[in-house]
Write a protein that binds this ligand. Structure first.
Ligand SMILES: O=C[C@H](O)[C@@H](O)CC(=O)C(=O)O
Length: 271
């Protein structure tokens, strides 16, 4: 498991592009036949990619967790990015298709991922078992935001949050931009009580998203390719514009599971 340490905002100004990427970007989680994991010390979020490629993969227990099994003190969300497959938690199998999210509660011992799917994994520390539940794409709450004039028409599906699938800390959703729209999360925001990770997907090989990070009055940019993740510490904005429409999984953990607990940054105040 790759490990990224926490960053103080004052360090941002001195980081080269390569150092910035090393601290915040997770570039290569998805490889056929493998499960790859990465942990950030910001709220101890673990993310991963699992590509069973028609076979079956068992979620390992990385040594830095010092746990008997992955979910011993953790909760997990399994997001099906494309394809389909079965995720088996202990003795129960759940059928996932693209856009479905399986929440796996703390205490679940065995997680196996199978099928043609590419699964994205997000996990946070937990202290209490919430029930394992499948949230289907077409059954969750969907927000329709943005305008064509502002190039940010998008649908925000909320899966794991205060009004949806219950969790200890995790808040998880998927945002999909309409064709012709390129901006996500603009006007942007920060939320001091939670770390957030974006996983961009649905981009072509030559497409990129220019992702903004850093404190609102001191931003930096990261160029993101398909299926790359970027960690946003609680003090950082997280917003981007793509060379075309795309989707992204957003996942948070921290002090609360209140999706609306954010400080909006007026666009004119960005620097
Ligand atoms: O804290 C919330 C997250 O940044 C996203 O839900 C925002 C988002 O998907 C968007 O506005 O496009």
């Amino acid at each position: 498991m790759y490990v990224q340490h926490a960053t103080h905002p004052a360090e941002m100004a001195g980081l080269t592009t390569a150092a910035l990427r090393e601290r915040f970007v997770v570039p290569d989680l998805f490889t056929p036949g493998e499960i790859r994991l990465s942990m950030t010390h910001h709220d101890r979020l673990v993310i991963g990619g699992a590509v069973p490629a028609g076979g079956s993969l068992t979620l390992p227990t990385p040594d830095p967790l010092r746990a008997g099994y992955f979910c011993e003190r953790r909760e997990l969300a399994v997001i099906c990015l494309d394809g389909s497959g079965t995720v088996t938690v202990d003795d129960t199998g759940y059928e996932l298709v693209a856009g479905d999210v399986l929440y796996v509660g703390m205490g679940s011992r065995d997680v196996r991922l199978a099928g043609t799917a590419a699964y994205y994994l997000v996990s946070a520390p937990a202290h209490r078992p919430d029930p394992t539940r499948l949230a289907r794409r077409d059954e969750v709450e969907a927000l329709h935001l943005g305008t064509q004039a502002e190039s940010n028409v998008r649908t925000i599906r909320k899966y794991v949050h205060a009004g949806g699938v219950a969790s200890n800390q995790l808040v998880v959703g998927i945002t999909t931009l309409a064709e012709g729209s390129v901006w996500n999360t603009m006007p942007c925001h920060v939320h001091d009580r939670r770390t957030e990770i974006y996983l961009y997907f649905g981009l072509g090989e030559d497409d990129r998203v220019v992702h903004l990070c850093g404190e609102p009055d001191n931003t930096r940019s990261l160029i993101m390719a398909d299926r790359q993740a970027v960690v946003s510490p609680p003090w950082s904005v997280h917003s981007g514009a793509g060379t075309r429409a795309y989707s992204f999984v957003w996942a948070m953990a921290g002090e609360n599971v209140d999706y609306s607990d954010v400080e909006v940054v007026p666009t004119r105040d960005l620097r």
